[in-house]
Design a protein around this ligand. Structure first.
Ligand code: ATP
Length: 277
C-alpha cells in the first residue's frame, strides 16, 4: 500500500513583519498527515494554527521549509481543486440560494479533475457528488431554494461545508467552522460532519479551540504552542467510530480530554524560545 502522506510539512517557518516588529508565527513545523485521516489542530490563541492552515491552502508561502499536498505544491494542488476550505464565517453569496451557492464552484471549475496529480487521482476516483443529496443529508432538504439571509448560522455553515465538498477535495481545511455556534448546534454539526466524512473519507485538517470537539472528531490531535508557533505534541485518538454524542460521557473519552488539556496547559506555560532572525 502507498504510504505517501496526503500533506507533508517539513521544517516550515513563517515570519511576519521585519526589524523590531518581526514575529515568528511558525518555526520548525514538521507534520505528515496520512490520506483519509481527520486531524485537528489545537493550541493557545496566536500559536499559528490559522497560519499553518493558510500555508496548506496556498494563501501564504513559508519563508523556509516545504509544504506538499500529494507530492505537489499547495498552488498546484489548489489549481487542481484538491483542496477545499471552510472558513470561520460561511461567506455565502447573498443573492444565490442554497443550491446555487453549493453548485457554483462546480460550475466554474469544470475540468479541474484533469489537473489532479497522479497520487491524488489514484486515491480519488469517486463518482460525481450529488449536491442535492448532500444537502438533504445535512438537514437542508427544505432549504434548497432559500437565500443565505433566510438561514440560521448553523444552516449557513452546513451550506459552506457542502459547498466545499462539492468539488470532492482530497483535502478539506476547516478553520474553526463551528466556533460561532451554540453548543447544541455545534454537536449536531459535528455529528453530520462525521457522517459526511465517513461517506467521503477525505483528509481533513480542522482548527479548533474545543478539546471535546478535537477528541470527538479526530484520528490525531496536533497541539501547538506560541512564540514561536510550533508543534509540541501529536496525540492519536484511539477511540472506536462512529463516535456518538453518548461517547463524550465515557471514561475513555475523558482520558483523552484530560491528556490534551494537560498538554495545552503545558503549551501555555512553555517558555518563549529564541528564534533565529
Ligand atoms: N498577516 C499577518 N501579519 C502580521 N502578523 C500576523 C499575520 N497573520 C497572523 N499574524 C500573527 O501571527 C501569529 C499567529 O497567528 P494565527 O492567526 O496563525 O494564530 P492562531 O493560532 O490561529 O490564533 P487564534 O486561535 O487566535 O485564531 C499571531 O501572533 C498573529 O498576530
Amino acid at each position: 500500500m502507498d504510504s505517501s502522506p496526503a500533506i507533508r510539512i517539513a521544517a516550515a517557518r513563517k515570519i511576519y513583519g521585519s526589524g523590531a516588529t518581526t514575529l515568528t508565527a511558525l518555526d520548525g513545523v514538521d507534520l505528515d498527515i496520512r490520506p483519509g485521516t481527520f486531524v485537528s489542530i489545537i493550541g493557545p490563541s496566536g500559536c499559528g494554527k490559522s497560519t499553518l492552515l493558510r500555508l496548506i491552502a496556498s494563501l501564504e508561502e513559508p519563508d523556509d521549509g516545504d509544504v506538499e499536498i500529494f507530492g505537489v505544491s499547495p498552488q498546484a494542488a489548489c489549481a487542481a481543486k484538491l483542496v477545499g476550505f471552510v472558513p470561520q464565517s460561511p461567506a455565502l453569496l447573498p443573492w444565490l440560494n442554497v443550491l446555487q451557492n453549493v453548485s457554483l464552484p462546480h460550475k466554474i471549475n469544470r475540468g479541474a479533475e484533469k489537473r489532479r496529480p497522479t497520487a491524488a487521482a489514484a486515491v480519488s476516483n469517486r463518482p460525481a457528488t450529488d449536491l442535492t443529496k448532500l444537502l438533504h443529508d445535512v438537514g437542508l432538504g427544505e432549504a434548497l431554494h432559500k437565500l443565505p439571509s433566510e438561514l440560521s448560522g448553523g444552516m449557513q455553515q452546513r451550506t459552506a461545508i457542502v459547498r466545499a465538498l462539492g468539488l470532492q477535495p482530497e483535502v478539506l481545511l476547516m478553520d474553526e467552522p463551528f466556533s460561532a455556534l451554540d453548543e447544541f448546534t455545534r454537536e449536531a454539526l459535528q455529528e453530520q460532519l462525521l457522517d459526511l466524512w465517513d461517506e467521503i473519507k477525505t483528509t481533513v485538517v480542522f482548527v479548533t479551540h474545543s478539546v471535546t470537539e478535537a477528541v470527538r472528531l479526530s484520528d490525531t490531535v496536533v497541539v501547538m504552542a506560541p512564540k514561536p508557533g510550533r508543534i509540541v505534541d501529536v496525540i492519536d485518538i484511539d477511540l472506536p467510530r462512529p463516535r456518538s454524542a453518548e461517547m463524550i460521557k465515557t471514561g475513555d473519552f475523558h482520558h483523552y480530554e484530560d491528556l490534551i488539556r494537560d498538554r495545552l496547559q503545558a503549551a501555555w506555560r512553555s517558555p518563549e524560545l529564541p528564534t533565529a532572525a
